[in-house]
Design a binder for this molecule. Structure first.
Ligand code: F6R
Length: 349
């Protein structure tokens, strides 16, 4: 059932071109369309936990860009006790792979009680959150067995992108661009052996810092989460622009810094963060566009992905980070699909 793969996680990483393709298919036509326009709301509040929260963060950048409606993202576990004013003119988007995460469910229920419209984004049809929401959209990723979320993250991205552009007059053009993503993901997966080689150089490290800015910031958070949960290596994801406000103190020759740096609007800024790391003798592993000669020069290791429109970079840059964590954990002989202390579904608060 693992289809020749050593672990479900690896199988699920490799399934992504298909699962993202299936999800896009569900949203290319307008059939799924909601009986409201996202722009009708005063505010959009995205609530989720863990990896689903990271997808929500990426979605918030797209929505801020295209909707011009204020969008906020909050950990559902924080929202519950934070006295956030919510009312009838708010749309709450609750994101959960399982649809059973207690904090996400109860946050959605309380927002609903206060009059907000709740739209959930789930992978498991018929799950509690699915039943409890006003509207549901599905990520057509198929069952995810590995405890570490991988393919559901990229499917959540596909739905969030579709939503962010749904009202645009040239929506079809955006959806066409999105439809080119699965093929490019295939190309990234074709580099798995090279990614493995890079990863294994860092398997014995105790700490790592992951940096990214703009859309690559949530990707950095997600990469660090993958590494800590399955390899038990301490990894911290941080917004690249915040490094100088604290984490830079950690950098010396023993601190590998993985930087997610596609050629986007913040590229030059992130390059100067890389220079700051180099000055302090940190070693830089960068995930960027594959033909990037500047990056090649400043990085100890460069993992290249195909060049793509900046909006769509997270679909590609997250894959090397998933594989990076996987290969290290497997090399360390750890139980990749069932990491210690973790459960696939967190139904306790
Ligand atoms: C990370 C991971 C968890 C989940 C989190 C939310 O790999 O699997 O962080 O993302 O527990 O789960 P769902 O999406 O089911 O609400």
């Amino acid at each position: 059932e693992r289809g020749g793969f050593k672990h479900f996680m690896l199988k699920e990483i490799f399934e992504q071109p298909r699962t993202v393709g299936d999800t896009i298919k569900g949203y290319v036509s307008r059939d799924y369309l909601l009986p409201f326009n996202l722009r009708d709301f005063r505010r959009i509040l995205i609530l989720a936990c863990g990896t689903s929260y990271h997808a929500g963060l990426v979605g918030s950048y797209w929505m801020n860009k295209y909707l011009q409606t204020p969008v906020e993202v909050m950990y559902a576990s924080e929202f519950r006790y934070a006295d956030v004013p919510v009312g009838e003119r708010d749309l709450v988007i609750a994101i959960s792979q399982s649809g059973e995460t207690a904090d996400t469910r109860y946050s959605a229920l309380s927002a609903k009680e206060k009059g907000a419209t709740v739209l959930s984004l789930v992978n498991v049809m018929g799950s509690a959150l699915d039943r409890e929401s006003d509207y549901t959209l599905y990520t057509h990723a198929g069952p995810e067995i590995g405890v570490a979320a991988t393919k559901t993250f990229t499917s959540q991205l596909a739905v969030l992108y579709s939503l962010a552009v749904s009202h645009l007059p040239d929506r079809d053009r955006f959806m066409e661009k999105l439809s080119s993503v699965p093929h490019m993901m295939e190309e990234v997966l074709g580099e798995a052996e090279q990614i493995k080689k890079v990863a294994l150089k860092y398997a014995n490290r105790k700490n790592m810092l992951y940096l990214g800015r703009y859309l690559s910031y949530p990707v950095a958070l997600e990469g660090a989460l993958k590494l800590k949960e399955i390899s038990y290596i301490h990894a911290e994801g941080y917004p690249a622009g915040e490094m100088k406000h604290g984490p830079i103190a950690l950098i010396d020759e023993n601190m590998p810094v993985l930087v997610v740096v596609p050629r986007d609007r913040v590229y030059e800024k992130v390059l100067s963060n890389i220079e700051e790391v180099l000055t302090r003798r940190g070693s830089v592993i960068s995930v960027g566009f594959r033909d990037d000669e500047t990056l090649t020069k400043v990085s100890k290791d460069l993992i290249g992905v195909p060049e793509v429109d900046e909006d769509l970079t997270p679909f590609l840059t997250v894959i090397p980070l998933q594989l990076f964590a996987y290969y290290i954990a497997d090399h360390l002989g750890l139980d990749v699909d069932q990491p210690r202390n973790l459960a696939k579904t967190v139904t306790v608060e």
